[in-house]
Write a protein that binds this ligand. Structure first.
Ligand code: HEC
Ligand code: HEC
Length: 160
């Protein structure tokens, strides 16, 4: 290879490295909810879960039965419901061409629970979730208890 070609080759390798590193970061920092109505209506009882953690179909099922939401009545007016559903579905796990680790990692059917998805279960498989009677009990759905940065989309665990 002559000098020019070598330089071109090096430059393209370096850009490829930078590109794949940025893809990785984007993938692992699941975008937090940015839609203010969703934050308002969906963070009173738990974290406003990132839209990218469930596919559009699950969000549809979940949003259409808010009156019986995992044992709670979380119903809201139709107009708000539709606006939130639109936001969640357009940012869902299956909304982008490449997808994220939740969509890529799913083999079977999805439920309306993130904590039942293949990717979530795989990431948490070595955690021993305690019985509710234990004084140190942490509910699976209390993401922020273990992921301090969850509301900002940071799900890294720094000293696990
Ligand atoms: C009145 C309280 C309340 C409100 C408001 C509420 N939720 Fe929930 N949500 C719950 C409860 C309770 C659970 C079940 C928690 C558990 O199993 O520990 C739950 C669970 C969930 C789960 C499944 C979590 C898992 O296990 O992966 C999703 C997804 C969810 N909610 C989305 C939403 C969305 C979207 C909104 C806004 C439209 C919303 N919630 C508003 C109470 C609420
Ligand atoms: C009891 C603590 C605990 C709770 C509660 C918990 N997690 Fe985790 N989570 C962890 C640990 C520890 C890891 C890191 C696993 C590893 O690195 O091997 C992890 C990993 C993850 C990852 C992968 C991180 C990455 O960098 O890609 C995601 C995404 C995630 N959790 C989402 C959630 C969500 C969403 C909730 C709530 C529905 C939740 N977690 C609840 C402890 C918890």
């Amino acid at each position: 290879m002559n000098g020019m070609l070598k330089r071109l080759f090096l430059i393209s390798m370096v850009s490829l490295l930078i590109f794949s590193a940025s893809m990785r970061v984007r993938d692992e920092n699941l975008s937090p909810v940015t839609h203010s109505l969703t934050i308002e209506e969906c963070s009173a009882c738990h974290l406003a879960f990132p839209a990218a953690m469930l596919p559009a179909e699950s969000w549809g099922r979940l949003m259409r039965q808010l009156d019986s939401h995992f044992g709670e009545d979380a119903s809201i007016d139709d107009k708000s419901m539709i606006a939130i559903l639109e936001y969640l579905q357009s940012n869902s796990a299956d909304s982008s061409w490449i997808g994220n680790r939740f969509s890529r990692g799913q083999s079977g059917a999805w439920s309306t629970r993130i904590t039942e998805s293949d990717h979530w279960l795989r990431e948490h498989s070595n955690l021993n979730f305690m019985k509710e009677s234990n004084s140190e009990f942490i509910n699976k759905t209390d993401c922020t208890a273990c992921h301090e940065g969850a509301a900002k989309g940071d799900f890294h665990v720094h000293d696990a």
